[in-house]
Design a protein. Structure first.
Ligand code: FAD
Length: 569
């Protein structure tokens, strides 16, 4: 079998277009070698020649090829084999590859059976042994059949295939991880897609193993963790060195911008990202206000470009990798990771941004990932097709999600606790929402309960003025109700405000917060935290602006202070 394709420059496995296969089967190793050699000489440039010396080996290999969705163009099979006749083999191979051309290799004595088989089992051709010279007795027939096959063949999808259930939290997590890491994959619903059921059977797995990921080398991961997937698809999960000039935690716009500037200015740089590069911005369906993109761009595009740029300059990006602690051992800082390892840096930049607050209504925690989603509008939008989607929140991210969902759902209801959108949402989005007929805005309304056994089925709404409640059918609920910073892992080392946002620069002096651990003569630099050499940028900072442009700007500016800190070491 073909080895897994090498990671591309972006670090992830991409679906290549492998050559279609010509598969030869014969128990006589001399004949098999000769036929494979002749086939390779004539067709090797455009086809991959595979061979097996028994029908059983060939069928096992075919099942793996089918799992990886590789195309087989033609079988060339000996009729007389000990474990199974060539015709019996071709009948079984046809179940897996109905469109492949089928050629039987026969001795003179079998030719009558072969002629019959052409009619009875839809054999495409039979060839008599020996086939010398191949230019006259092999190639003309095989070439004609390959031409026919090519004419009808539609290239198959050859990337990762995820088999799962539509309303499963674990399937949702894997879809979200793959999508946010920009790894192409197709998802097949085992409940409704016959191909999914066939692939699950071929993989030897069952319903209890779902979700199942089929890799391009034909191997199978049952109910994998995202770390297992990351390792198999070529994402970097361990650091290449022990000590870096700069360790950046969080690969949102702030972290990515800092990585681009740091690596391009020659600093050894590593980014630690718990989920996927791009951060919140990566989840945005359409960013309309980022300078230089008058027609807007998707968050996925921005993340892909920034990630490529950072890698091109030599920054390492670890995904998924979660920072769980920060240790100081002057002059170095050590970022401790969830897997028990740590990465040393002469400087650290915290750019961990914020995460959405969880919906605290009854049922919400149980139905998270199976109908209740946080900022994951993009991957789950297809599951609301034709249904009623609810978006909770009045900010720009809620507005963008409503606009995106309106293209998939039959109806979208935006639930806003306040009395309108004007105070919390950009005017251009308010205008777009007003002009979209299938979006309804319900102001002064909150969700008080979500219902469903195995998946979300309904939502209870409450009018905050009249206390009137109403329970309505819901396909999905997308929650955008404010955010909290990702700083619990370092608040025992770095000073933060009451909500957990990190104080930096002059704000530290204002709150009288410079601790004893600040052992330098100078004041903290503008983006420096209460620990010298540990900087913060983007949404995670106290009183940050919560915009992509400002996060990018702060990430870039932080480098100026990192250089000054490095120069003082
Ligand atoms: C749906 C949506 C739409 C938006 N649209 C716009 C828009 O149109 N225009 C605009 O200007 N702004 C928009 N915003 C806001 C903008 O995306 C944010 O202000 C910006 O992403 C903040 O960047 P950041 O790098 O500070 O943090 P984030 O983007 O939050 O990135 C932080 C990263 O750190 C990672 N992380 C967190 N903790 C850890 C840890 N312990 N270890 C490792 N990694 C960790 C996270 O996984 C994340 O990837 C939108 C936000 C959302 C959610």
């Amino acid at each position: 079998m073909q080895p897994a394709s090498r990671p591309s420059s972006s670090g992830t496995e991409r679906p290549s277009e492998p050559k279609p296969i010509i598969f030869a089967v014969d128990d006589d190793l001399g004949v098999l070698g000769a036929v494979a050699r002749d086939l390779r000489r004539e067709y090797g440039e455009h086809y991959r020649i595979m061979r097996a010396s028994s029908a059983a080996d060939a069928l096992a290999a075919l099942e793996k090829l089918r799992l990886a969705n590789h195309a087989v163009a033609l079988f060339l099979v000996d009729q007389r084999m000990p474990d199974m006749s060539g015709l019996e083999f071709l009948a079984q191979a046809r179940e897996l590859y109905p469109d492949a051309k089928r050629v039987l290799l026969t001795a003179y004595a079998d030719s009558q059976a072969s002629i019959q088989a052409i009619n009875e089992t839809r054999l495409d051709y039979y060839l008599m042994k020996p086939w010398d010279p191949p230019e006259e007795r092999l190639y003309p027939y095989v070439s004609e059949l390959l031409d026919d096959w090519r004419a009808d063949h539609r290239p198959a999808y050859t990337g990762l295939t995820l088999l799962g259930l539509p309303y499963s939290a674990s399937t949702h997590d894997l879809k979200d991880f793959l999508a946010r890491n920009l790894v192409p994959y197709r998802w097949l619903d085992v409940e409704t897609a016959p191909e999914a059921q066939e692939l699950l059977r071929l993989s030897g797995k069952g319903a209890a193993d779902l979700p199942v990921l089929l890799l391009t080398d034909g191997s199978v991961l049952a109910n994998p963790t995202i770390t297992q997937i990351a390792e198999r698809i070529g994402l970097q999960t361990t650091a290449g060195m022990q000590l870096y000039d700069l360790v950046i935690v969080g690969a949102g716009p702030a972290g990515l911008a800092a990585a681009v500037y740091a690596a391009s200015e020659g600093l050894s740089t590593i980014l630690v990202e718990s989920h996927a590069p791009g951060g919140q911005a990566g989840q945005s369906s359409r960013i309309e206000n980022y300078l230089g993109f008058p027609a807007g761009l998707s968050g996925a595009d921005l993340s892909r470009r920034a990630t490529t740029q950072a890698r091109r300059f030599g920054a390492e990006i670890l995904t998924p990798s979660v920072a769980v602690g920060l240790r100081r051992e002057d002059p170095y800082r050590f970022v401790q990771l969830a897997d028990g390892t740590e990465i040393g840096g002469k400087a650290v930049l915290v750019a961990t941004g914020v995460s959405y607050r969880r919906l605290e209504t009854p049922g919400a925690e149980r139905l998270a990932g199976v109908g209740v989603y946080y900022g994951a509008a993009l991957t789950e939008a297809v599951t609301v097709k034709g249904g009623h989607a609810f978006v909770i929140g009045g900010g720009n991210s809620a507005g963008q999600a409503a606009m995106y969902l309106s293209r998939h759902a039959e109806h979208v209801t935006l639930l806003v606790r306040g009395s309108g959108l004007a105070a919390t949402m950009s005017q251009y989005l308010v205008a777009q929402i007003e002009q979209t007929p299938n979006i309804e805005v319900r102001v002064r309304t909150v969700a008080t309960e979500v219902h469903g056994e195995v998946r979300l089925e309904a939502i209870t709404l409450c009018d905050v003025d009249t206390n009137e409640v109403q329970t309505v059918t819901a396909a999905a609920v997308f929650v955008f109700i404010g955010a909290a910073p990702y700083t619990s892992w370092l608040t025992d080392t770095v000073i933060a405000d009451q909500q957990g946002y990190l104080f930096t620069g002059t704000d530290l002096g204002k709150v009288g917060a410079l601790p004893d651990s600040w052992n330098l003569e100078r004041e903290p630099y503008w983006l420096e935290t209460s620990v010298p050499g540990v900087f913060a940028a983007g949404d995670v900072r106290h009183r940050s602006v919560k915009r992509i442009a400002s996060a990018v700007g702060e990430g870039a500016m932080a480098l100026q202070f990192v250089h000054q800190h490095l120069a003082s070491l």
